[in-house]
Design a protein around this ligand. Structure first.
Ligand code: BTN
Length: 318
């Protein structure tokens, strides 16, 4: 109900009286006052002027479900939203929701994480209110081997959302990094709950450095604020990420992996370049030649041998 009052206030150009809110939403004046107080406690700045009524001045810089869902216009992605001020990791919360049978599209946001994790046992620096830390539950009808397609679909979606909100062109560093100027801007962690021949659910973990300052970031990382010089609305970006994932996920389901793969190749940070890649305790050197229809990277070694790499960590790009 506080959300109805909020949406009603947002829909007004100027002031609206408590009486009008009460009449339109069919709630008592006391209830209107109670919901306004609740919204203020969440950080909404709401002005109250005698004889004029209420007016919304500003919304809090928080990824609150009532903000994310406002005019989101998706069918499944982000239709169920969970929000926490702080969590160990959104991955663990989403895993529990997956086990409990929550529908695909369920999203978990946290303002900060105390045990944010990245790939290969790394940690993910998750300072409060500076980034987007999100886990999204999907239930694709793929074999477990198809999971890299989900990671690449997500990478394409994050790139498109960043472009749309900030105008910045970013690159995809196979398989899960979003980079700009050689520095990491965002990372994706895909975790599966699967049987040998069936994915039960997949959690896509997305971490985006949005408004962090350089001095607080790891040396090889950057943020959107550092790149474009101004703060970026985390709410707008998070909504755009959810919308882009919905579009690309439907595209993947309806048209297969090819169109996603094409987009991914078009903004690759490594294709055509000489790279060094760590894969299963081995270092592979050569030219990143192509990404195949399973999302695997094809590396042409100096001997001419083409190695197919399913997962790995590109440690150098020449
Ligand atoms: C990587 O680049 O290695 C992947 C980073 C993924 C970080 C995100 S933040 C939200 C979600 N929760 C986590 O603990 N990790 C992912």
């Amino acid at each position: 109900m506080a959300k109805d009052v909020l949406d009603f206030l947002k829909a007004q150009d100027g002031f609206v009286s408590g009486e009008e809110i009460s009449r339109s939403l069919k709630i008592s004046r006391t209830a209107v006052w109670k919901y306004i107080e609740r919204l203020r406690a969440e950080g909404y700045l709401i002005e109250a002027v005698p004889h004029l009524g209420y007016r919304i001045i500003s919304i809090p810089d928080k990824l609150l479900p009532e903000e994310i869902s406002y005019q989101l216009n998706t069918k499944i992605i982000g239709q169920r939203l969970f929000y926490y001020e702080t969590l160990g990791s959104t991955m663990d919360a989403a895993f529990e929701l997956g086990l409990a049978g929550f529908p695909e599209g369920t999203a978990v946001f946290a303002e900060s994480q105390t045990k944010g994790r990245g790939r290969l046992g790394r940690s993910w620096f998750s300072p409060k209110g500076k980034g987007i830390y999100l886990s999204l539950l999907l239930r694709p009808e793929f074999l477990p081997q198809g999971a890299p397609k989900i990671t690449l679909m997500t990478a394409v979606s994050i790139s498109e959302a960043i472009k749309k909100v900030t105008g910045l062109s970013v690159l995809i560093k196979w398989p899960n990094d979003i980079v700009v100027g050689g520095k990491k801007l965002a990372g994706i962690l895909t975790e599966l709950n699967a049987e040998a021949d069936k994915i039960k659910f997949v959690n896509i973990g997305i971490g985006i450095n949005v408004n962090s300052s350089k001095s607080f970031l790891p040396l090889d990382a950057t943020s959107l604020k550092e790149e474009i010089g101004t703060e970026v609305s985390r709410i707008e970006l998070a909504k755009e990420v959810l919308r882009a994932i919905e579009n690309n996920y439907f595209l993947l389901k309806e048209k297969g992996f090819k169109p996603i793969l094409e987009k991914c190749k078009a903004s690759s940070a490594i294709l055509g370049k000489r790279i060094e890649i760590n894969s299963q305790n081995r270092v592979i050197c050569g030219e990143a030649q192509d990404i195949d229809m399973d999302g695997a990277l094809l590396v042409r070694q100096d001997t001419g041998f083409i190695e197919r790499v399913l997962s790995g960590d590109v440690v150098r790009i020449y």
